[in-house]
Design a protein around this ligand. Structure first.
Ligand code: 13P
Length: 259
């Protein structure tokens, strides 16, 4: 399974910062051509970033409406984001669940919209600190998978982003054991929901991923990539995280496949 290194700029960035995208894309193209790299950006930057990236990396969006078009002032459909050049969209990020009251049903509808438009849906789940302390982390995330992942999702139309809320932007990290336990549980839940296809969806870890911890996170079982917030804003940091990925993908993998 090819790991996915995904960035999320959140509500940061104006056109004058696109040189960070240019630097990441040029370096990935030249030195990491087999690493799958995606940066999700504010919608205002997508079209310009796609040109700037020149195919070196993919560009995605951070949210979409479940609707195709109509009287939804201020919203953007998955089709519009695709039209702007996005290849992926984050749905159900905890910041949207928390600040805008997005329920699992809304997240599932947005994931369906992403698939309808041909965008990769990055479906986010994660528990709060209180839920973990109460011993409910696994059941909370299992319920979110069951209710937020539509039944027709495939490995090419969706990935899961596991982001414990208490690890986002806090510098606090789950232990390796906690990540292993949660990712194994998510895999079981996906298999229950999606059957054989559920074994193939990549499960990204997100929350305080940095150059210093990326390799150890990416080396854990069932970690199919990372979702990076703050450290994706600076090309040097994000590239250092991207460079941790090829260790998962020995260069002979492709030649073995061709034999
Ligand atoms: P940080 O990497 O800043 O903790 O943010 C994680 C995140 O929310 C990515 O979606």
């Amino acid at each position: 399974m090819q790991p996915l290194i995904a960035g999320n700029w959140k509500m940061n960035g104006v056109a004058s910062q696109l040189h960070e995208i240019e630097a990441v894309a040029a370096s990935v193209k030249a030195t990491l051509p087999s690493t799958e790299v995606l940066i999700c950006l504010p919608a205002t930057l997508i079209a310009q970033a796609v040109l700037t990236a020149a195919g070196g990396i993919s560009i995605g969006a951070e949210d979409c409406s479940a609707e195709i078009s109509g009287p939804f002032t201020g919203d953007l459909s998955a089709e519009m984001l695709k039209d702007a050049g996005a290849g992926a969209v984050i749905v159900g990020h905890s910041e949207r669940r928390q600040h805008y009251g997005e329920t699992d049903a809304v997240v599932a509808a947005k994931a369906k919209a992403a698939r309808r438009a041909g965008l990769l849906a990055i479906i986010c789940i994660g528990e709060t600190s209180a839920q973990r302390l109460a011993g409910n982390a696994l059941s909370v995330c299992g319920d979110q998978i069951a209710r937020s992942v539509p039944e027709n999702m495939t490995a090419s139309s969706a990935v899961i982003g596991y982001e414990p809320l208490w690890a986002i932007g806090s510098g606090q990290m789950p232990t390796s054991g906690q990540i292993i336990e949660m990712h194994a549980h998510i895999r079981d839940c996906l298999t229950q929901c999606l059957g054989a296809e559920g074994k193939k969806l990549r499960i990204l870890y997100g929350g305080s991923v940095k150059p210093s911890n990326a390799l150890s996170i990416l080396s854990l079982p069932e970690v199919g990539g990372v979702l990076v917030g703050g450290a994706s804003l600076k090309s040097a940091d994000f590239l250092a995280i991207c460079r941790a990925a090829p260790a998962m993908n020995p260069p002979n993998v492709n030649s073995q496949k061709e034999q």
